[in-house]
Design a protein. Structure first.
Length: 632
């Protein structure tokens, strides 16, 4: 028994993480598809794409199409050489989604731990001394290991863009790989650099990682040249280390091309104009641009809402002031520019600045004019790296606090003072409390991608309302597989018959093996956008907001509403629905071989629009009533 107690007391933080992972797995297993999973840019986007590839058996398909947007090329969907895609190949979609979340946590802790321990044991992270002495290399103490796990765990459970959770989590790993390439280049690190894209995603992360590494190589080259001036002998050794990083960079880029060859084939070898050429980005004034920079720096943005504003941000601001005031008082100005914490703060500002600058039309056009191939590229995704940087900064603060507490405890003269002793104890407690309350803030955060909170609240709501569910749609309700199986059987739906959704996400039809003329994709041909526009032209003439939404973006290629207010399709009640009419060009639908419209709205002007009602369908397993219309 004592042995068990010792193991628990020594490894409580690891057990805490393992208990959380097991508890989440059991939680989702018990609740199953009654879980409330984020719909926006999630269940309506990537999940049906993975399901379509599974339904059609085209994960590895060549010269084939997926049954949405009138047959989009398979190359426009996620690569088969990605860990997240592999999960959907092997497991049912809901299971794959949950496993992706849990793997994200494991990868975050693992990669964060590798990176931090490498820095601590090879460089150290304490502040620079009065005489610009280097930080002290240290072994990993028990307290430090606890902080590493807690900060890595906090980073792993962040409620970020779900499909790209693993690319977010693996950012520390690529830093670890290239640190080793710089210091101890060997075949295994070159191979690791090449294989890394299996965990990442080029459009959102890979291109920026390559850019950051280029900047790191340049900076290290300059730094090493300056250091070598004070060292007798040839400088070729330092140069060799930078070249090893350059080779790693080339291999990483090659890995991106190999693992995402479909994306590169479209980018480099397709001469078909895409909707990217017609997308109109927001243009902000200089003042509004600065406000956006400040807001994204403090609060993050939709897909990278990392809850840092609650605990991490105020803590880092206070520490930043104290740290740099100390450097100034000690006249150690060089320390300011060499401190890793200050580098983290600089990166958060830089990433937020780029995010804001992107929305300044003059600057955006300047970049695209100077580098024409980048036209339409969203270079503001630097903001996706801020969650990692903020939680790396949290670790630095906690580590330095515990390092200070340990220094006080080991100094017999200082520790004799009761006040100093109590201060040391207080610091030690706070070091463990800060990551824990950061974790609590993340788990309780009310943002769109906090599936755990949404699901827990859904269960709580049912308990408080005699089994009645919230107005939001659960995973199972959203896709309503049994209902659509019933509908397809009743109408005699044949595979490949083109359909449209109204008051309903096309993703629901796609998931249920119904081919759609509509769909959601950020990269498809301009010709098809113009063809689809003919279908919705009557509605666009009645609603300026619908026209602008489609013409100036168009990634959501959906049937348009004739009113400026549109219903919330993620709710059972279609919140915000103000009209039961539809306006379409049925001749344009027939030109694309369209046959059915699946609608959650009982369309009042169906006959006038050339639509005939086949039937209204419902099922006890679904909150939907689906009206199926045939194009006359």
């Amino acid at each position: 028994m004592n042995k068990i107690k010792n193991v628990v007391s020594e490894n409580w933080y690891k057990l805490l993480v393992m208990i959380f992972i097991v508890a989440v797995f059991i939680f989702y297993t018990v609740i199953g598809e009654n879980s409330y999973i984020a719909i926006h840019d999630n269940l309506d986007l990537f999940t049906p794409q993975f399901q379509m590839m599974k339904n059609e058996g085209i994960f590895f398909g060549f010269n084939t199409t997926a049954p949405f947007l009138h047959g989009i090329t398979r190359n426009g969907l996620p690569s088969e050489f990605s860990l997240y895609t592999v999960l959907y190949m092997i497991f049912p979609s809901f299971t794959a989604y949950v496993l992706g979340y849990l793997l994200k946590i494991v990868i975050a802790i693992w990669s964060f731990s590798l990176m931090v321990k490498d820095i601590l044991t090879n460089e150290g992270l304490n502040p620079y001394g009065n005489k610009n002495s280097l930080p002290v290399k240290k072994s990993i103490s028990k307290d430090t290991d606890i902080i590493i796990w807690m900060c890595g765990f906090a980073y792993g459970i962040l409620n970020l863009f779900p499909t790209f959770g693993i690319p977010f989590a693996s950012i520390p790993l690529v830093i670890y790989i290239f640190r080793n390439l710089y210091r101890n280049p060997s075949a295994k690190w070159y191979v690791a650099a090449f294989l890394y894209p299996f965990l990442s995603y080029f459009s959102y992360f890979g291109m920026f990682i390559l850019g950051y590494i280029v900047l790191a190589i340049i900076w290290l080259w300059i730094r090493d040249a300056l250091i070598s001036k004070d060292v007798k002998g040839p400088r070729i050794f330092k140069l060799h280390l930078s070249i090893s990083m350059l080779i790693g960079l080339i291999l990483l880029a090659a890995g991106c091309v190999v693992f995402e060859y479909r994306l590169f084939s479209m980018m480099l070898f397709s001469d078909t104009p895409s909707i990217k050429t017609t997308m109109v980005e927001s243009s902000l004034s200089f003042r509004d641009m600065l406000i956006l920079m400040a807001d994204s720096w403090k609060n993050g943005m939709m897909h990278a809402d990392d809850a840092h504003k609650y605990i991490v941000f105020p803590l880092c601001i206070v520490y930043f002031i104290i740290l740099n005031t100390s450097y100034i008082v000690k006249k150690n100005i060089k320390g300011i520019f060499r401190d890793y914490f200050n580098l983290c703060m600089l990166l958060t500002v830089f990433n937020s600045a780029v995010y804001g600058i992107y929305y300044n039309e003059a600057f955006r056009n300047l970049i695209w004019t100077l580098v024409p191939p980048l036209e339409g590229w969203q270079f503001n995704r630097t903001i996706f790296f801020n969650p990692f940087v903020w939680y790396a900064a949290l670790f630095i603060v906690c580590y330095r606090l515990i390092d200070k507490a340990q220094y006080i405890s080991n100094n017999k003269d200082l520790y004799k003072s009761a006040l100093i002793k109590r201060t040391s104890g207080f610091i030690r407690i706070m070091v463990f409390v800060l990551p824990l309350i950061s974790i609590a803030a993340i788990l309780l955060q009310n943002n769109r991608y906090n599936d755990l909170r949404s699901t827990a609240y859904g269960q709580y709501y049912m308990l408080r309302h005699d089994g009645q569910k919230t107005d939001n749609l659960s995973y199972g309700e959203f896709y309503s597989v049994k209902l659509f199986d019933k509908i397809k059987d009743d109408i005699g739906y044949e595979e490949g018959e083109w359909s449209l959704a109204y008051g309903l996400y096309p993703a629901v039809l796609e998931y249920n093996k119904v081919a759609t003329l509509d769909g959601y994709l950020g990269f498809y041909s301009l010709d098809y956008k113009e063809s689809f526009r003919k279908i919705i032209a009557p509605a666009l003439e009645l609603s300026e907001s619908s026209r602008a939404y489609f013409d100036e973006w168009g990634a959501r290629c959906y049937l348009a509403y004739s009113t400026d207010q549109t219903p919330n399709m993620a709710t059972k009640s279609l919140t915000g629905l103000v009209s039961d009419e539809i306006y379409v060009d049925t001749d344009a639908i027939k030109e694309l071989d369209g046959k059915y419209i699946f609608s959650r709205i009982d369309i009042s002007n169906a006959k006038e629009q050339g639509l005939s009602l086949i039937g209204a369908y419902s099922d006890e397993s679904s909150p939907y009533t689906i009206y199926v219309y045939e194009v006359e």
